[in-house]
Structures are given as C-alpha cells and as structure tokens.
Design a protein around this ligand. Structure first.
Ligand code: NDP
Length: 250
C-alpha cells in the first residue's frame, strides 16, 4: 500500500494509539501532522514524515489555527484521524457539569471541529478518509463511565451521519472501537480503578485484561493496522462502519 503524497492529521498523535497510527501512516508514505497540547511530547515523537503541531481540541480557535498551519505547511488534509481523548470514569451522581463538559468537549466537540476543518480539502479533492478512534464504550455501556460512554457513542453517530452525507463522493467515514489497549490510559485507569474498587493496581489491571475477550491487552499497533487499511485504496467501499478491535465476539 502507498499513501505517497497524502497529508494525514492525527490528533493526540504524540502518544499511545495516535502515535502508532501516525507511524503506520508515515511508514506507508504519508506526511503526517501529529497534534496535542504538549509541545515537548510532540517534539519527542516527531521524526521522518511526522510533523508536530500544538493544538488543543477543546478550543475551536486552536483547532482552526492548528489545521490551517498544517495545511499551509503540507497541503490539504486528506486523511483525518480524530483520536485525542480522555478516558475517565465517574458515577453519574458524582458527575458535575465541569467533568461532563471536559469529557464531551475533548472526545466529541474536538472530533467535530477537527473533522469539519479538515473536510474542505477532502471535498475539493473528492477523496478523503476519516477514521475516528471510538471505543467498545461507543457500542456498549461501560460501567461507571457514563460521560465517556456517551461521548464515544456520539462519535460513532457523527461518523455514521457523515457517511450518509457524503455517499458516493470518494470520502469515507469510519470508526474503530478498541477494547483495552496497552497505553498510558490503561496505567492511569488502573490507579483510578484500584482506588474506587479497593483493589491493588495489579488487580485493577487484571480486571481490564479480563474485559478483553482474548485475555490480553491490545497492542497500539493492532489498532494502527486497522486504521491503515481503512485509509488505503482497498477499503473504499467500507463506509459508516465501526470495527471492534477487542479480541473476540460480543
Ligand atoms: P493517551 O493518553 O496516550 O492519548 C491521549 C492523547 O490525546 C494524548 O496524545 C493527548 O496529548 C491527547 N489529548 C488529550 N486531551 C487533548 C486536548 N484537549 N487537545 C489535544 N490533544 C489532547 O491514550 P490512548 O492512546 O490510549 O488514547 C487514544 C484514544 O484511544 C482516546 O480517544 C481513547 O479514548 C481511545 N481508546 C483508548 C483505549 C485504551 O484502552 N487505551 C481503548 C479504547 C479507546 P496531550 O496530552 O499532549 O494533549
């Protein structure tokens, strides 16, 4: 597969799943803009075909400026990967508006602004790929995480609606829905779950592993390979789909 000449933008591309996706796309020949809030993290992740761009997805103006800077440097974005997200759980009766807004703004508003601002180039080129990083929590309820679950369901709704809007246009919109992936989010959640459930961090990690049907954490590159395929020439008829990467049937 070659993505030579394509400009891809991956939000949250400096760490974890986003970095694995950015590296896979760059390995296939794309020039990849990686975005995040922390310049030092992005600079550490930068490399051949990986270009850092500071951009906060909770801030509409920051997204507009970040996408515009990337377009000015590398041309219209043709592959857009809304991946940036926060995964935190809290019982609804303990959820204040600030917590709810932080999850929804990062995971859903951020994807809306990023996709919208990348769409212009794709519409002009009559070719484009959008692959949103949702979660199994985008398809099912995740206990103790109502805001996160709602945000990830919303992301799938967004992608499905867009796949209808642009039918037959050369643009496709899909989502991938991973189970627990071996990134910092899992380590952070292990600490949070251990506190909430009164178990050790190791026991909390074991609970997350057991939630994946094949009883192991998923490697970030396993998610990246699915995204790479969705961005390539062989998947043009796959549109409006949510691909579970969770180790088994549910
Ligand atoms: P990371 O914590 O490594 O990645 C989160 C990324 O999002 C970071 O690069 C972070 O960069 C960026 N980010 C967070 N908030 C903002 C913001 N306001 N503006 C811009 N960037 C932001 O975890 P993962 O790689 O695991 O998570 C990536 C995605 O995958 C998330 O959407 C998550 O919900 C999803 N996911 C993860 C699973 C897992 O088990 N790991 C399972 C299913 C889905 P910075 O801090 O520099 O801004």
């Amino acid at each position: 597969m070659t993505l030579d000449g394509k400009h891809a933008l991956v939000t949250g591309g400096g760490t974890g799943i986003g970095l694995a996706i950015a590296r896979a796309l760059a390995g296939a020949g794309a020039e990849v803009t990686i975005t995040g809030r922390r310049a030092e993290g992005l600079d550490a992740a930068a490399g051949p075909r990986l270009h850092p761009q500071v951009m906060d997805v909770t801030d509409e103006t920051s997204v507009a400026r970040g996408v515009a800077a990337a377009v000015a440097a590398r041309g219209p974005v043709q592959i857009c990967i809304p991946n940036a997200g926060v995964a935190e759980g809290r019982a609804l009766h303990k959820t204040d508006t600030e917590f709810w807004r932080r999850i929804m703004t990062t995971n859903l508003d951020g994807a809306f602004w990023t996709i919208r601002d990348c769409l212009h180039g794709m519409r002009r080129a009559e070719w484009g790929r959008v692959v949103a990083i949702s979660s199994i929590a985008g398809l099912r309820g995740l206990k103790g995480a109502s805001a996160y679950t709602a945000s990830k369901h919303g992301l799938i709704g967004l992608v499905r609606a867009l796949s209808e809007d642009y039918l037959g246009s050369g643009l496709t919109f899909n989502a991938v829905c991973p189970g627990y992936v071996d990134t910092e989010i899992v380590s952070r959640n292990a600490a949070a779950i251990s506190e909430r459930a009164g178990v050790t961090p190791d026991e909390a990690r074991a609970m997350m592993i057991a939630a994946n049907r094949h009883d192991r954490l998923i490697a970030p590159d396993e998610v990246a390979q699915a995204v790479l395929w969705l961005c390539g020439p062989g998947s043009g008829s796959v549109n409006g789909q949510c691909i579970e990467i969770a180790g088994g049937q549910v």
